[in-house]
Design a protein around this ligand. Sequence first.
Ligand SMILES: Cc1cc2nc3c(=O)[nH]c(=O)nc-3n(C[C@H](O)[C@H](O)[C@H](O)COP(=O)(O)OP(=O)(O)OC[C@H]3O[C@@H](n4cnc5c(N)ncnc54)[C@H](O)[C@@H]3O)c2cc1C
Length: 313
Amino acid sequence: MATYSAERPQGAREFIDNASPQATLSSSSESENFDVYARPRSIEEAALAMSAPGALAMCGGTDVYPAHAGRPLVRPIVDLSGINSLKGITETPGAFRFGAATSWSEIARAALPPAFDGLKAAAREVGSIQIQNRGTIGGNLCNASPAADGVPPLLCLDASVELASKDQRRILPLSAFITGYRRTALRDGEIVTAVIVPKPAASAAGAFVKLGARRYLVISILMAAAVVEKDETGRIATVAVAVGAASPVAQRLTRLEQDLLGLLPGERPSTRVAAHHLDGLSPISDVRASDAYRREAAIAVVGQALDRAAGAF
Ligand SMILES: Cc1cc2nc3c(=O)[nH]c(=O)nc-3n(C[C@H](O)[C@H](O)[C@H](O)COP(=O)(O)OP(=O)(O)OC[C@H]3O[C@@H](n4cnc5c(N)ncnc54)[C@H](O)[C@@H]3O)c2cc1C
């Protein structure tokens, strides 16, 4: 890694030198040769840097730094924020490709079909403007928090995650990428390079509803996203709905989706949402809300997301 032309911010070495003796890099000879901080300029350089033992990818740092509050960053950091090919949204004949380092601000501003309205609404709900400017779509998915606002809308859009390591590239459906509470299918040395969304129907529309203890800068108590496509008669032809912060991993509500197919124009989808549709959820009680509150609120939040996506509010 020391051979990279990548820059190292002033103070990075000092930061580690100031750490406690236990906080120095591991004592294996390989690690001792590893610089503390690298800012590669290409995916290939990043993949090479990530092959060092214990390497930690970082993009906006809005999850990494708070997670280390009061503790030094002792792992070699591979800062992905200097890789231009990881940034931005591109359109291919069959899909939209979101570079992993695309910020939430960029997503919120992007000209995308109405099916992405839920994702754009979620982007505007991630923390504050400052967090949206730094925080990325890739970081949100890799952090794998149950309350990650990006996950429900991307599940509704049937998103996949593109991964790269020194030796391999692979693509996984998002539903297989997040495997549990703050757990992903990322292998050692792998980074997320992009989130790929198959092109939705032009007539599909999306929505996102977040429930928090206050209006702004708040971690979700619960959130729901929906994408609804209607046929030429106005009936619901396809529907996807997902709930976050009510189980270790956000979930699609497939039984509800089936029950909504064919719903007539003028009928509000929210009137069809019932408690049994939420049977697969396992909300917890925590500082933000009780499990009972989350379960009850989920019916309303899911209904609102569906009504908005169906244009029936
Ligand atoms: C004040 C504050 C408010 C917040 N509010 C919200 C909120 O309302 N909703 C919400 O969902 N989140 C919120 N967050 C969390 C955070 O901002 C988001 O999850 C953001 O999208 C993380 O992106 P990042 O690029 O900063 O991730 P980073 O902090 O850089 O990384 C997060 C994790 O992903 C890994 N990682 C990052 N990029 C890659 C990659 N390309 N490949 C492999 N691994 C990678 C890192 O190793 C780390 O484990 C908030 C954070 C703060 C500090």
